[in-house]
Write a protein that binds this ligand. Sequence first.
Ligand code: DHE
Length: 549
Amino acid sequence: MGRLKGLLALITGFLWFSFLSFAQQPPKLSSQEMKRATKIFFDRCAGCHGMLRKGATGPPLTPKIMRQRGTKYIETVITNGTPGGMPDWGRQGILSKDEIKLLAKFLMLKPPEPPIMSLAEMKKWWKVYIPPQARPKKPQHRLNWKNFMGVILRDVGKVAIIDGDTKKLVTIINTGFAVHIFRASGSGRYFLTIGRDGKATLIDLWLKKPDKVAEVKVCYDARSIDTSKYKGEKGDFMDRLVIVGCYWPPSFVILDGKSLEPLKIVSTSDYTWDTNEFVRESRVASIVASHYDPEWVVTNKEVGKVLLVNYEDISNLRIHHIDAERFLHDGGWDMSKRYFLVAANMRNKIIVVDTKEKRFVAEIETGVKPHPGRGANFTHPRYGPVWCTGHLGSNNIACIGTDPKYHSRYAWKMVANVELPGAGGGNLFIKTHPKSPHIWADRPLSSDPKLQKQLYVIDKSSLKVIKTINVVDELKKKGYRNIDGRVVHPEFDKYGKEVWVSVWGRKDKPSAIVVFDDRTMKIKKVITGDWVRTPTGIFNVYTTTKDIY
Ligand code: DHE
């Protein structure tokens, strides 16, 4: 009996050994295939899994894990997605069968080490189209520029500026590959954009026809940008500096605010806050600019630290490191702009940092993969000031009390949990305005194609969803039969009366930007035309400048 057992163990061991040796055979790719696969991976996968594939918002995809899974399994996942938030690239028709096969093989191999960029290399990309001294001293048009809306036309490498008062297109500006966000300078005069390709542009809204006055590429992969907003006893820094947060190389870069000349690179490779392990690819996620201190709040994603970067003297840069949680993603200010709340989305938590006392305050579990955008602030009759977030993985909008002084019972506790109708998560952004009784929420990442097109209006006092709007169906009723896509990023106008939203359609078809009346919740205007291609984020100058959300 004992001998038989021994023999069986030997055979099982041999079979496992043969299986593993077989599973670990790396495929061969020609240099051209490698180049093509690297580009696809960069465009579609690196944002969530990291260039070095160590994982963040998405799981790690190291060659060891991938070879154990096998190419067939990987192809299935890339084609069909997962309930955890992985997009169904194949089913959506974004990646072809051929590309999926190539990617699956690529993932079996060691990731190529991406290049680094020096200040001198950045300067080769740097262009000033109109030097600061040649720019106008006052606006050269009579439009209400503080109510301009910047709209990202993602896949055509452009942004549009639309006049919020008249809803007319002011101009379209070439910006480069897949702009991610707009931010406004402290004075509001300049709009800044950052592309996934690390290219930043500075747009002067005072020109007769607003246009970019400077641009520069400071990394190969980026998601965030902000400016210096502080003006007070410690100096006037309004519009003087810009910061770009990079995914690769993992770093942030400080630039001159009026010319975008790159001034300083700071690496964010660091040790995890808890286990003290070194992470080469620890990337910069969200950045906000303080209104009360010459300081940026910078989130160091993979190591889970919040950095308070004092920009008073960039040659003697002071950085305060606050241990928080992994992996930090998007976040925003509470109503007082003293506390910064940010998602640690792989731990299902919101982290609170006090920028006045420069310390960690609390962590709150809110739902599956919180995704606040910048969040939504309002004063509730019972709980006082609250800040809310939506979730990628669960269908709830959670609100947290943010006033430890006068509403201490509720501070840093989840005081409300509003359920969105329909199963699953998929919410990306929520937005409100102090003058509005509502919070608006989208759901573009739902796996249900019907829910991807819906908007939800939540009443701030009852904390209930009072209306569900299928935007694409509403457009059809109005005769816009060809407009289709995911509905994304609600944004209020300056006055809190309108809510603008993008219908994120296909690149080869015109789509629409839809303006709702906030009070009646009905469509007020449909902005469409051949130029409206793949609209995503929409940003109002006034609310972005003042951080009203
Ligand atoms: Fe975003 C904000 C990262 C996918 C549109 N996105 C942010 C921020 C980060 C981030 C770190 C916060 C910036 C800040 O406040 O300084 N986004 C990422 C990713 O890593 C991710 C998950 C995957 C990727 O490969 O990029 C990703 N984001 C998307 C999209 O697919 C969206 C919908 C369209 C697009 O551009 O690809 C998208 N992200 C946005 C928008 C904001 C944003 C519109 C700003 C929200 C705001 O109101 O401030």
